[in-house]
Design a binder for this molecule. Sequence first.
Ligand code: DAH
Length: 370
Amino acid sequence: MDYEATGQAALAEIAGAQDLDALEGLRVALLGKRGSISGLLKMLGTMTPEQRQSEGPLIHSLRETVTVALAARKTELDEAALAARLAGEWLDLSLPAPETPRGTIHPVSQVMDELAEIFADLGFAVASGPEIEDDWHNFSALNMPESHPARAMHDTFYFPDRDAPDSHGNTREMLLRTHTSPVQIRTMLAEGAPLRVIAPGRVYRSDSDATHTPMFHQVEGLVIDRGIHLGHLKWTLETVLKAFFERDDIVLRLRPSYFPFTEPSVEVDTGYSWVDGRRVVGGSGDAPGHAWMELLGSGMVNAHVLRAGGLDPDEWQGFAFGVGVDRLAMLKYGMNDLRAFFDGDARWLAHYGFSALDVPTLSGGVGTPV
Ligand code: DAH
């Protein structure tokens, strides 16, 4: 038997094995129970002592050579498999961050955060209520009973199904809140008095043109305490708007108005002028080159509303206001079409959006007149 040739053939096959499965097949064929080399070893038992002396070392050496070659090839194939896997799962942790971060904070979110920060400095907490509201919180409790004409002005989105009548036979119609004012009622009922809260959030009205979208944002404000009067309202709004617009020359004009939930009611105007084709808030509206623009609605909380909120109007007074956040954002950051706010156009967001790192803080600058 030509062990030399058998060995050469086995080594060639081992060297040619392309993967671990093929190599294992070879190992079984050569060294397994029924393998060819195992067969040779078994034959030793049938040999004469002389034959065994001459053949034995050759067969053992053949087995040794093949065993070593199998192990060496296995190591090679293992390393190649590992290298291939490492190449496939390669991740360069030294890559720089993308030059332009993809996401931005929407100006509406930014403005809400700015307002929360400014009001927090004056001791206001942030309150919230549901966007799916019932007509009692949205209207009746705010001194707009069922037949009140002001209800018609709200272009309300009603839900088709009414709630089951309660024990008094009253049904509560469900709707998308038309303003943040119902949060006044919810907060008074939940927390009692005194109170100092703002309630930012989404509101809905069936209305759509260049200055109206069916969903928009408001911030409600409510202060309840003893001895509160319009002077507190004016000082608070002036202080907040100076901080918000970051200028000291904000001039407000309080104009008598009507809201069912306040008595007296005032609309608050602010002076502005045109600079480079856009409105810039500041100065008196009566100054040359200036005009007044309506900014928000407010007033002293109506006694009916205090009662609906579970408070005694002889003990507690308060002021309230409601302001459109989208409009504030447009004024401060110079956009002119409200509809673009909600188009989700990545180019608009990249242009007008804020970095997530640009968190409004008083120490970081918001509220500092420049
Ligand atoms: N809720 C009113 C609206 O959406 C805004 C408003 C006016 C809120 C006067 C108030 C207020 O709290 O006192 O048109």
